[in-house]
Design a protein. Structure first.
Length: 288
């Protein structure tokens, strides 16, 4: 049995929350090509061949990063979404709710890291730094560099770090978390999902000798077309810590949140409703 090599950078379990079950389509806008289109499956959406393939001890490894994603970020997605939906109804915060917030925080902080664009940019920065000194280097160093880039034979990216380990280290630096949930007042409003999964912002939340060091301090995730989850580090609040809350938001606020997703995506956004997507994009174009 062949090993799947089509790897998603936005998890399919998440994409399906933006799939229109009546139309049997998911609606997409590509801002680079200024193109609207749709798909009747999420199988090939937000995916790339060998995106998570790595070279391990000269052996091609198609599975370990995919399994890391499955076990730590995908298998329990729906279970934790049900916990959030239950909280929205009863407003009771317990350990299960806190665990769900922690789960989505870990999922959100790696959103951008999974994308081909981010991986390519990171690779190029590393490559440029190395090659700047390559010609003046010893043969031993050149050999070491060539070994470091040997993964290019099987994948565009080195994929050295497990997503779960990376997310744990980021969340640890964020410290204790607080959250807010936004829900559209108008039933004809919908959140869009960007190809970077989530929107993260950096602030100086830890003390270092270098004041320019900023770490992820907030995470915004459109969990479904009707639920937008914001997660903050409590370190952002020096005195009055914002309590967890559910906020019903106007069409203007939904639009503002979607604008952020649109501006921060690399190339594509998806929506559960075609008319909403078209109107949203037309509104963006009218502002330019």
């Amino acid at each position: 049995m062949s090993v799947p090599r089509n790897h998603h950078y936005v998890s399919r379990v998440h994409q399906k929350k933006f799939f229109n079950s009546i139309d049997q389509k998911i609606y997409i806008y590509d801002k680079e090509r200024a193109n609207f289109y749709s798909k009747n499956t999420t199988k090939t959406l937000f995916s790339q061949r060998d995106l998570n393939t790595r070279l391990e001890n000269e052996t091609t490894d198609y599975k370990s990063l995919e399994e890391d994603l499955k076990i730590n970020f995908e298998d329990d997605f729906n279970k934790n979404l049900l916990v959030l939906e239950s909280y929205i109804k009863c407003l009771n915060i317990d350990e299960e709710v806190n665990n769900a917030i922690y789960f989505f925080a870990k999922y959100g902080v790696i959103g951008k890291l999974r994308t081909p664009s981010y991986k390519k940019n990171t690779h190029n920065l590393f490559k440029d730094a190395i090659l700047e000194h390559f010609n003046q280097s010893t043969e031993e160093f050149k050999k070491l560099v060539n070994e470091k880039f040997s993964y290019k034979q099987i994948s565009e990216y080195n994929n050295l770090v497990d997503y779960s380990k990376r997310s744990e280290s980021i969340i640890e630096l964020m410290g204790n978390l607080v959250f807010r949930i936004f829900i559209p007042k108008n039933e004809n409003d919908y959140f869009i999902l960007p190809d970077c999964t989530s929107i993260t912002e950096r602030e100086r939340i830890n003390n270092y000798n270098n004041p320019d060091i900023k770490e992820i301090a907030s995470i915004g995730i459109p969990i479904t077309s009707k639920i937008y989850l914001m997660i903050f580090s409590k370190k952002l609040y020096k005195e009055n810590i914002e309590e967890a809350a559910i906020t019903l938001i106007t069409s203007d606020v939904v639009n503002e949140i979607n604008e952020i997703s649109y501006n921060m995506c690399f190339t594509k956004i998806v929506c559960i409703n075609n008319d909403y997507l078209i109107n949203f994009i037309n509104h963006q174009k009218s502002k330019n």
